[in-house]
Design a binder for this molecule. Structure first.
Ligand code: COA
Ligand code: ZN
Length: 295
């Protein structure tokens, strides 16, 4: 067996949040089941957000309660304290609070300044970390739809330190609109791992400019702990103009399996799951064109 690689499916959150019409919880759960059957073990299943902000996630409690019976490494996105409360209510054991590295995107996405969001995070850690692992999603870590691409890693490291000082040890570096390139990913991941050797890091890459696979590979070769992707390459942030889908899970699985890594995921099964999902969401997707493999 080759080196293990942790593939983290985030389609049930990042993918489904971007559908035009509400996809009923039963349909979401069917797709989640086919992901589990393919060998997926780590999954972001929903987000506890305001239903007006993201109507697709209004069934968060129902999806979470059902999934919690399925023995996976499950987690949910939260934007604030209220989200953490709702996640704990249904028994979530792991949540990730999203804050953007860029002030303008944080305002657009969460309607708060970064300082306000960090104040909220401190309270979340204080009140909830005995019941749930609290992680930090760094949105726009590589660049922002309003402020452009980031070339200097120092603001990212300072941002991570704020979370680390609060006791957070699990971080995701998100390329929210797909501005990153492999050299930048290698540098930002390496610097983060060197600065915070006691922490777990993942990347969350959008494939806006066709660099999803190479950026993910660059992160893996730089020593990242996990890579996030979405079945069928769905995804996008409704509050980030230009954001398109994530790197497709089935593409990552094919690449890493062929390279001899141990993903634990069966390619034929995950491809079948992607095709099933495609049939389900066809015509209900506002992001980039789905490009499902045929072989
Ligand atoms: N879930 C459900 N309801 C929430 C909530 C949450 N996480 N956070 C706040 N609310 C409710 C409040 O209880 C309040 O309800 P009330 O009017 O009945 O009293 C109402 O929303 C307004 O609260 P406020 O704190 O002023 O919210 P806001 O209008 O400033 O919106 C967010 C802030 C974070 C809730 C909203 O911007 C949001 O959900 N964003 C989601 C962003 C996202 O998921 N982006 C994509 C993924 S990165
Ligand atoms: Zn995303």
């Amino acid at each position: 067996m080759g080196k293990q690689i942790e593939i983290v499916e985030v389609g049930p959150r990042d993918g489904f949040q971007n559908l035009k019409e509400y996809l009923p919880a039963e349909k979401k759960l069917e797709i989640i089941d086919s992901l589990i059957a393919s060998g997926v073990k780590h999954m972001q299943i929903t987000s506890f957000v305001h239903p007006k902000a993201i109507p697709q996630m209004r069934d968060a409690a129902q999806v979470a309660e059902t999934c919690l019976k399925k023995y996976l490494d499950l987690f949910a996105l939260i934007p604030n304290y209220k989200g953490a409360e709702n996640a704990r209510k249904v028994g979530m054991k792991k949540v990730t609070n999203v804050i953007s590295l860029s002030e303008s995107h944080n305002k657009a996405n969460i309607n708060r300044t970064r300082d306000e969001s960090f104040e909220g995070l401190e309270k979340i850690v204080k009140d909830f970390s005995k019941d749930m692992e609290v992680c930090l999603d760094v949105a726009t870590a590589f660049g922002c739809p309003f402020e452009g691409k980031f070339y200097d890693v120092k603001p990212l490291l300072a941002f991570l330190k704020r979370g680390h000082d609060m006791g957070i040890r699990s971080f995701t570096l998100c390329d929210t609109v797909g501005l990153a390139d492999p050299k930048q990913v290698r540098e930002f991941v390496k610097a983060s791992l060197e600065e915070f050797p006691d922490s777990h890091f993942e990347v969350h890459i959008h494939d806006t400019r066709g660099m999803g696979l190479v950026n993910t590979l660059a992160a893996v070769e730089a020593g990242i702990g996990g890579v996030q992707s979405t079945l069928g390459g769905l995804g996008g942030c409704p509050f980030a103009p230009g954001a398109s889908g994530n790197t497709a899970t089935e593409d990552l699985v094919l690449m890493f399996n062929e390279m001899g890594y141990d993903t634990g995921i069966d390619f034929a099964k995950i491809l079948a799951a992607a095709k099933k999902e495609h049939a389900e969401v066809e015509g209900n997707y506002s992001g980039h064109n789905l490009n499902i493999q045929n072989n």
